[in-house]
Write a protein that binds this ligand. Structure first.
Ligand code: ZN
Length: 271
């Protein structure tokens, strides 16, 4: 068998796997009764609550870097017109999370655990994708139902917005609203590969970081406990991401790393 045959076979295998990924992602329930304005109002309130609970890492150099990386991914996403806010949380836990309406948090520990810029971009892109696909708004719809959301929409009950926002801000044991489910996670992975590739970053970093998380899950699960509770690592997710990457057209100059990322990693590590 010659090399050309091997490559064709590999490409077909990737296509078949990719179709499997697309089918499983397509089952995301799109029922979403919140307007963008309501989603942003709830997200804004939730962000204020979250920032009372977590320690924000306030090094402006690191913040500017995370913001520029996040904004590049958001700009290349399917929801580029929303205003995105990126913050860094001062903790060793390997995690990142997104609130509805565009408030995103990247832990210092995630920067430290990333070997290169493309690994960090993969996880940030995944969180951006939850906002893009409105998974938070969908969770609110699911949990609070139509009658309550009509009250949010007419805007005559600010306490209700606060109540919903408060639930998002509970980052402890519950995390109900941040548990989006398998199909939403699959969709976020899929969109993150597209975002990173479109932004000129090598999507391969997502696959290598997920592999690292899978290994971490087996050896020291407490190191990324929150991420694991909302994002069960699996070989299937890694296989889906790899199949999607294999089916992408070749693109020259995709960036795996940057000097700036390595400077930031040293900076947060030196803390
Ligand atoms: Zn996720």
């Amino acid at each position: 068998m010659n090399m050309g045959m091997d490559r064709t076979t590999a490409r077909w295998m990737a296509m078949i796997l990719l179709c499997g990924a697309l089918v499983s992602c397509a089952a995301v329930n799109q029922l979403n009764l919140l307007s963008t304005a309501d989603e942003v109002a709830i997200g804004h309130q939730a962000a204020e609550e979250v920032e009372k609970e977590v320690a924000i890492y306030d090094d402006p150099v690191v913040l500017a870097y995370v913001d520029s990386l996040g904004q590049a991914l958001a700009r290349h996403s399917k929801r580029p017109d929303l205003t995105y806010h990126f913050k860094v949380v001062d903790t060793d836990d390997v995690n990142a999370f997104a609130l509805p309406g565009g408030w995103l948090y990247v832990n210092r520990g995630l920067i430290s655990a990333s070997a290169n810029e493309s690994e960090l971009a993969g996880v940030v892109g995944h969180e951006v994708a939850h906002v893009v696909a409105r998974h938070g708004a969908r969770q609110i719809t699911k949990q609070f139902g139509l009658a309550m959301l009509v009250q949010v929409a007419v805007g005559d009950d600010p306490s209700l917005t606060r109540q919903i926002a408060g639930q998002f801000a509970q980052l402890g044991a519950g995390l109900t609203l941040l548990k989006y489910g398998r199909d939403a996670e699959c969709e976020a992975d899929y969109l993150a590969v597209q975002e990173t590739y479109a932004a000129g970053i090598d999507p391969e970093g997502m696959a290598t970081f997920f592999e690292k998380l899978l290994a971490l899950h087996e050896t020291e699960p407490e190191g990324a406990a929150v991420w694991f509770s909302t994002h069960p690592p699996s070989r299937e997710r890694i296989a889906n991401v790899r199949a999607q990457i294999a089916a992408l057209p070749t693109k020259r100059g995709l960036r795996a790393d940057s000097e700036r990322f390595q400077e930031m990693k040293a900076r947060v590590g030196a803390k």
